[in-house]
Design a protein around this ligand. Structure first.
Ligand code: HMG
Ligand code: MG
Length: 306
């Protein structure tokens, strides 16, 4: 007799469009547009928004307006605003903007660590240590991203043991939550489950999230496979924006609209208004001069035209 998997009743989405989404855009996006996007996302019911990153403007020029964007947001009670901080310099700059959460970002691949943050995995952990300490002392939550958790553009397949190792190192320095990231979207459900299970050896179900890029069209399948394990936190990006400038061939994150459509259809609670989310995606896509990279958004936008 086959058994039907049981899924979480509620899912929390971390909207990463303003950060992961826009960091990969070549054309400059004015701070006012980024702020408007955040406002629209919070109005749509997103309660966690990754706003920007405090990285080197030489490495990622699009995020150079980080402080201006953080200052421009009219914060809504109940919404948590997070930012990426690769080192103490980034943390100190970020702290002035009073984020609710910071994100240190490491990798399960040595080659990607070098390309993305210019140091080895071990060095990255040493860099993160004082950042995590300072954040925890200031009452700021700390998340860690584990990039290339299933595959790397430079090293190919990544073994779950690498994810286990990075999760252990992150746990060791006090990172409170980890995101298992399929940076280049090569993962398929079983591989993704193994990567998540590796992280779950050091973190609880409430402390692990999925972060899936959709390069090969597998991100929704990987989301469903994660739900089967009981994972209920996901990073998603409005209009399917996204990609890492240092991950060759990576395209956008799974679209928030598609994930919300999936979850609503399964009766899983998100607290998100899909129509308002679609409008937010349309707003930023219009600015960028293209259609949203979301099948559900485009289908529902067409339906609206009657
Ligand atoms: P580095 O060159 O080794 O840094 O870069 P450094 O400490 O030697 O400093 C060199 C220069 O950078 C100095 O300036 C510093 O002041 C400046 P100069 O004296 O030459 O004028 N600098 C900074 N400026 C602003 N903010 C800072 C900062 N740090 C140093 N925080 C560094 C190392 C980490 C800074 C660099 O490699 C970097 O900025 N990398 C970021 C790359 C990035 O943002 N990638 C995308 C985000 S990660 C991602 O998308 C993956 C994720 O979505 C999950 C997934 O999908 O996998 C999270
Ligand atoms: Mg990403």
């Amino acid at each position: 007799m086959s058994s039907t998997p049981s899924y979480p009743r509620r899912v929390k989405l971390v909207e990463v469009g303003p950060r992961d989404g826009l960091q990969n855009e070549k054309q400059p996006v004015p701070a006012a547009v980024k702020v408007e996007l955040v406002h629209r996302l919070q109005a749509a019911g997103l309660t966690e928004i990754e706003v920007t990153s405090f990285v080197s403007p030489k490495w990622v020029p699009q995020m150079a307006d980080n402080a201006e964007v953080m200052a421009g947001i009219q914060r809504q009670p109940g919404v948590r605003y997070s930012v990426l901080t690769p080192n103490v310099q980034g943390y100190q700059a970020a702290a002035l903007s009073q984020p609710d959460e910071i994100v240190v970002f490491g990798a399960a691949s040595e080659a990607f660590s070098q390309k993305n943050i210019n140091c080895s995995i071990e060095e990255s952990i040493q860099r993160f240590r004082p950042v995590v300490q300072a954040a925890v002392a200031a009452g700021i939550a700390v998340r860690g991203a584990i990039s290339c958790a299933v595959g790397c553009p430079y090293e190919g397949d990544i073994a779950p043991e690498r994810v286990e190792m990075v999760a252990r190192l992150m746990r060791g320095i006090g990172v409170q939550h980890v995101g298992v990231a399929d940076t280049i979207g090569v993962g398929t459900p079983r591989k993704v489950q193994r990567a998540l299970q590796a992280a779950l050896t050091h973190y609880t179900l409430d402390q692990v999230s999925g972060h899936f890029h959709d390069t090969y069209g597998m991100a929704l399948a990987n989301t469903l496979a994660s739900l089967e394990l009981g994972i209920w936190n996901f990073d998603t990006s409005v209009a399917g924006l996204g990609g890492c400038p240092y991950a060759k061939g990576a395209t956008g994150n799974v679209a928030s609209e598609d994930v919300v459509y999936l979850l609503q259809g399964m009766g899983i609670e998100t607290g998100i208004d899909l129509d308002a989310l679609i409008d937010a995606g349309k707003f930023i896509s219009d600015f960028l001069g293209r259609k949203p990279h979301s099948r559900a958004a485009n289908a529902l936008l067409t339906k609206r035209l009657g």
